[in-house]
Structure formats: C-alpha cells, structure tokens
Design a protein around this ligand. Sequence first.
Ligand code: CAA
Length: 445
Amino acid sequence: MASVGIDAIDIWTGKLELDLAETFAPEKGEDPAKYTKGLGLYSSSLPDVYEDIVTMGANAARRLMERKDLHPQDIGRIDVATESSFDNSKPVSTYIAGCLEQVFDGDFHHANKGERKFACVSGTQSVDDAYNWIRAGRNRGRSALVIATDTALYARGDAGEATQGAGAVAMLVSEDPDLVELSPEQGYGSADETDFLKPNQQFPSVDGKRSVQVYLARMREAMEDFESVAGDIHPDDYELGPFHTPFPGMVRKAAVLAYRHIIRDTEVEDALADDIGRQPRPEAFDTEEEHLDAISEYTDRLKDTEQYRDWYERVIKPTLTISRHVGNWYTGSVHVARAGGLKWARENGRELTGKRLLVGSYGSGAQAEIHAETVQPGWTEEIADLNVDEQLNGRRGLSFEEYEQIHDVHNHAEDADVEAFTTPEREFVFDGWGRMGERKYRFVE
Ligand code: CAA
C-alpha cells in the first residue's frame, strides 16, 4: 500500500498582535498571570483590515506551492476547513483558487473543491478526505491542497475573548510524503453536544466551562476507540502529542488525563505505586462518586511526579510553542501544534525520522479524532523552510483602542472605517465587494 500523508505545510498568521498580559489584562482588570499561566497564552494573532480567511488561506497556499515548485495541474483537490465562512453556498476554496490563479500559470478547473464543517475538527477531516481520495486511487498522481483558515473571534466581553486568534495552515497531502505518513487507524469520540455553536451568527454561543468537560470526554472516547484498533498506547510509543489547542491550559488538562490512562496496567504505574498508590479501580468503591473523588486525588498526585513531568516536557510542551503566541486558530489549531512540536524538535536536535506522533483533533458540537503519524526522512528540511518566527516577530502590536477598532472591522454587524495598520507586500488582500455581494481579492506586489 502506498504511503500517504502530509508532504508539506505552511502557516500564515494574521498580521496584528494583541499582547494579553501587557494590553488585554489591565483593561479587563485581571492579573496577567491568568492568561500567561492559567490559559498559557501570551498573545493573539488578529487580521488587519485587508485580511480575512481567504487572504490568509491563499497566502499560506501560495507560499507552499512556490516553495514546492508546484503548478495548478499538480493539484487535484482543494478543500478548505473553516468555521468562519461568509457564504452558505459558494465555498471558500473557489475564492482561494481564484486568488492562486492570479499568480500561477494555468488553472484549477479540474480540481475538486469543497468546504468542510465540523467546528475545529474539520481541518483534520479534510486531511482525511484527501487521504481517502488518494488511497482510493482517484487522484491521478496529483496531490490535495488542504487549507484550514479561521478568524476565531468572540463577542467582546465573552470569556473566550482572551483565546481569540486568526491564521491559516496550508497542507499538501500526497503519496510518499516528505513530512508525516498518516496511520490508517483512527479513533472517534462523537456526540450531539451544545457546548459551542454559531446558529447562523458570526460569534459563537459558548458554555466555556462545559466545553472544557466535553473536550475531555470526547477525547477520552476517541483514545479508547483508537486503542481498540491500534492496540494499547504506552507513554514511550509517541515522541510528540499534538492536540487541538484552543489555549495551552486546555491541553495541560487533557495531558494528565491521557497520561493516567496510558500508564494504567504498565510498569510505569507499578513504579509509581510506592509514592502515589495505584490507580483507583471502580470495584474498590461503593459509589461512583467515591470512585471519581479517588481518581481526582490520584490525578493530582500523578501531576507532581517526575515521571509525568518528564513526559509532559518531552511529548506535550513542545507542541505548544507556537500556539502560546497566536491563540486559537480553530480548524488550524492542531496543525499549528504539530508544526510547533516539529519545529521545536528540529531546533533542539531531536531525531524524529521513523518516530511516531499521536495527534488529537477536536471540534465542538462535538467530536474528537485520534490517529498516529510516522515522521518521514524529509521532515527537517520541510520544517526548516517554515518562516513562522519571521512572521510572528513581524506582527504589528495593537493598543487596546486599536484592538477595539480591528474587532469592529471584522464584526459583520458593525460598519467601521479604519485605516490598515500594516502595508501589504507580495500577498493577497481583500479588495471590496462585487455586484452580487461576492468578496473580491487582488495580489499586491
Ligand atoms: N494566576 C495563575 N492562574 C490563574 C490566575 C492567576 N492570577 N487567575 C486565573 N487562573 C487560572 C484559573 O485557575 C484557570 O485555570 P484552571 O482551569 O486550571 O483552574 C485558568 O486560569 C482560566 O481561568 P478561568 O477559568 O477563571 O477563566 P475564564 O472563566 O475567564 O475563561 C474559559 C476560561 C471558560 C475556558 C474561556 O477561555 C472560554 O470560554 N474559552 C472559549 C471556549 C474554549 O476554548 N473551550 C475549550 C474547549 S472547546 C474547544 O476546544 C473548541 C474550540 O476551539 C473553541
């Protein structure tokens, strides 16, 4: 069977930056540590006046195609995953293809285009669609362009406001990939939930605290489902664990539960037993409540062990290195986590070829998906080509007043006339409205 996976990845961040500790916290009357330590976030990327999901997606895709010397005829499929779409009929992928046709010779007339929706998990679902299309032998030697793009804005004053972000991740899914091969095994945890939704409205209705619990519950189900096909997971099996990162504190909560799960009945649990006891088993308790209390106490003790801390530092923390500085990119978030982990590994001399990643995606509403990826020999070269640091350092910092203006610019209910804060250069920009209400774009040299 041919190896199929992610051949290349590129990231495009919104060009503005809101510093949470310095700028956001004082206005909210909050201790900056609530954001930096509690949520684990330092800043959010936000889109300038001329940026939106199309420009960010097209800019990421253009960079990827140029870097890999690709032409439109090499692409048989363009799928966009987003929860920030502005049209219920015409998919964002058509706009992005239109942008790319402005700068590449040829066209995408024979590429299948679509738009995927299931909150943040749809980025991974689009990668799946591409994988299945190639595996089914329908790709005619061509690759798929998968673009996860979002402006993850919340209503002003919503608790989620601190976790906002904007950016796009473009991924090339191909045979014999250079970056990671995807496992055929997958696990799902899926249920009808109302934790976070946008019923025909721009900003989400969120039950924040409940959404955290739903994330953990669905992720657990997905992990059990994955193990049912791939076998039990051991903490040493995976070098990195990129998870959907709405904010790093969420992943911190998930990580300790995952570790508790994967060490059960292993030599790690045995080795820890003298210090923190064995994991509470339900048969030892009269009621479910007593059992849950005992599990919670065990988890608190586990969190402080050297074994857990070492595993967290090695497998999880590296995946948060970009996310901490960009906020939630919804559909792109888990793909930013993968890129962050691989980038950190390369910079710290970790050899990952042939090693495996455990990837956990999540979308509210709600569904978690877990699969494995095997790192390919071309990974260091691919990751070295990312220019994430340059992009992040080049963002224009916003004062709180400027942040309020830019939030209004992107709020569909407001009619704000604000000058751009940055000057576009060699990139696609939003260029006003057409006669049928369509959005127009042009490439700026
Ligand atoms: N120093 C250190 N830590 C501090 C602190 C301080 N001074 N002040 C507060 N904290 C800690 C708190 O203890 C808390 O940590 P724990 O949860 O570990 O106890 C953390 O900082 C956040 O504080 P609060 O819980 O008081 O924060 P909040 O209620 O204002 O907001 C939230 C938290 C509800 C998650 C909010 O950010 C939110 O609604 N976010 C949007 C929804 C979301 O992202 N949900 C995640 C799961 S759903 C999903 O993943 C899909 C998606 O992408 C949206």
